[in-house]
Design a protein around this ligand. Structure first.
Ligand code: NAI
Ligand code: MG
Length: 504
């Protein structure tokens, strides 16, 4: 199934070759099983366009089977009732250890599937996925109810926090394993049975991890993975009345469909969506830090981050200086295949569809008079088989253009000058999104005042992009609802039961 990859790639591990040699099947009830239709789809290396593997194409029938399996596992209670919270902790902890043990395999799978540099999946995606599980491994023994001081004096009242049940998790392709882990770690810690649908562009790492759950001690049916297309497997999961909750990360457009699709059984929904995050550089900032930070705020992960700092506002008196600094910083960025022996800093964008979408925005901006200080085109030559783009920094743009209002999800930033604090608060908040915002300043009053004034779920000051399992993450406005990570994520995956006992 695996096509021969270019010669300049890091050699594939034997485990990776073996995994990709056969069609990779959905994982249901503790085993890989062929989909009902017996159909498969291809997954590709965006750096070379070559096929990596065929993958079982889960559809409605497979969703029905997976939901039934997960429901039986949930109702049998092996996972959340019979297995003690301490034992559940151990399973999640062991899964984290197994991910660390198989880190190199998983790093290769995510780099192949997504295109991002191997050095990035080795240092970020995979270790952070393990860390996420270690954090949530601590929670099963700490998910507490309360004793309520009710005023009816012959009554004793307390609450229990129980798992929601069967949970559908729909993940994106930008950090394939990590985004899935953000969802399944808290869902499992809370005692749910999960059905994960990875993005069709990047299904491999989740399917590999599925097998590890067995060795970690998860009862069959607790952890299921259905690879497939959004409109098929994804939509069927959303509409299924046996699914109690959907956790989703992806586009606003699909989020609306998910909300509509969920009405049948009024399942719980949490949404982690896109952004057009404002990044504000004040003249009183440590400019060296701000220049490097703002460059990576947008170009990190090739702009394919929901928190990308894609609207860059620079105080007018330092505008030229900051742009010149960023231009220099960008000139040092190497773009190339994620699996190349000579590791690049950035890989390709994930698909030809994404390439077209991003280039559409770039051409439109150029037509409207934007100046590309860096980039502005696709990369050809040695890189022509992949979906490679130059990191693009636009000036000469205004707040009202599509390129400065819509999420591009690629390496494209719009830099615009501003003159004063009140002006910039209004401009920064004039957006449908509210996932993240950030600012660079050495004035502590300004920092705190803006932290309050900016309408976004995360504010970064003199830094960009930090997240950690312990700290809640999510959006204001159309960037979604619900908070992943931290103890807040447990609220997404539990229901509260109030128990009354008459005591006289
Ligand atoms: P998408 O929203 O279509 O895909 C995300 C996930 O949703 C995938 O697993 C997909 O299979 C699934 N999905 C698609 N249609 C579905 C449906 N009708 N029902 C249920 N599940 C469905 O995102 P896509 O098309 O890959 O990218 C489009 C844009 O979305 C990007 O340019 C970016 O702006 C945004 N996006 C944002 C992400 C984030 O981290 N917030 C991640 C991925 C995309
Ligand atoms: Mg889509």
């Amino acid at each position: 199934m695996l096509e021969k990859l270019p010669d300049n790639y890091v050699p594939l591990l034997p485990e990776v070759e073996a995994f990709l040699a056969q069609p990779v099947m959905p994982y249901i009830g503790g085993a890989y099983v062929a989909p009902y239709s017996e159909q498969t789809f291809g997954t590709y290396d965006p750096s070379s366009g070559r096929q990596l593997a065929q993958v079982g194409r889960a559809q409605k029938e497979d969703v029905n089977i997976a939901v039934k399996t997960a429901r039986e596992a949930f109702d049998a209670g092996d996972w959340w009732l019979r297995m003690s919270p301490a034992d559940r902790s151990k399973c999640i902890w062991r899964l984290a250890e197994l991910i660390e043990q198989h880190a190199e395999v998983l790093a290769q799978l995510d780099s192949l599937d997504n295109g991002k540099p191997l050095k990035t999946t080795q240092t970020d995606d995979i270790p952070l996925s393990a860390k996420h599980l270690y954090y949530y491994a601590g929670w099963p023994t700490k998910i507490e109810g309360s004793t309520i001081p009710v005023s009816q004096h012959t009554m004793f009242n307390y609450t229990l926090r129980e798992p929601v049940g069967v949970v559908g998790l729909i993940a994106p392709w930008n950090y394939p394993l990590l985004m899935a882990t953000w969802k399944f770690a808290p869902a499992l810690a809370a005692g749910n049975c999960i059905i994960l649908k990875p993005a069709e562009q990047t299904p491999l790492s989740a399917l590999y991890v599925a097998k590890l759950t067995e060795e970690a001690g998860f009862p069959p049916g607790v952890f299921n993975v259905l690879p497939g297309y959004g409109e098929e497997a994804g939509a069927a999961l959303v509409e299924h009345r046996g699914v109690d909750k959907i956790g989703f990360t992806g586009s606003v457009e699909v989020a609306r469909k998910i909300v509509q699709g969920s009405v049948g059984n009024l399942k719980r929904v949490s949404l982690e969506l896109g952004g057009k995050s404002p990044n504000i550089v004040f003249a009183d900032a440590d400019l060296e830090q701000a220049i490097v930070g703002s460059t990576w705020a947008i170009f990190g992960n090739n702009g394919q981050s929901c928190t990308a700092g894609s609207r860059l506002y620079i105080e007018r008196k330092v505008f030229d200086q900051v742009i010149a600094g960023m231009q220099e910083e960008v000139s040092r960025i190497k773009v190339g295949p994620g699996m190349a022996r000579q590791q690049p800093d950035l890989g390709p964008v994930v698909s030809d569809e994404q390439l077209d979408r991003v280039m559409g925005y770039v051409h439109e901006a150029l037509d409207q008079g934007a100046q590309a200080v860096t980039g502005g085109s696709r990369l050809f030559g040695e890189l022509q088989d992949g979906y490679f783009l130059e990191p693009t920094l636009f000036t000469g743009v205004t707040d009202d253009l599509r390129v400065s209002r819509e999420e591009i999800f690629g390496p494209v930033v719009c830099a615009m000058p501003f003159d004063d604090v009140n002006e910039i608060i209004d401009r920064a908040n004039d957006t449908d999104f509210g996932l993240a915002a950030g600012l660079w300043t050495t004035d502590v009053r300004k920092a705190h005042n803006l932290a309050r004034a900016l309408k976004a779920g995360t504010i970064w000051i003199n830094t960009w992009g930090n997240t950690e399992a312990a700290s809640p993450f999510g959006g204001y406005k159309q960037s979604g609802y619900g908070r992943e990570m931290g103890k807040e994520a447990l609220d997404l995956y539990t229901d509260v039961k109030s128990v009354w006992i008459k005591t006289d």
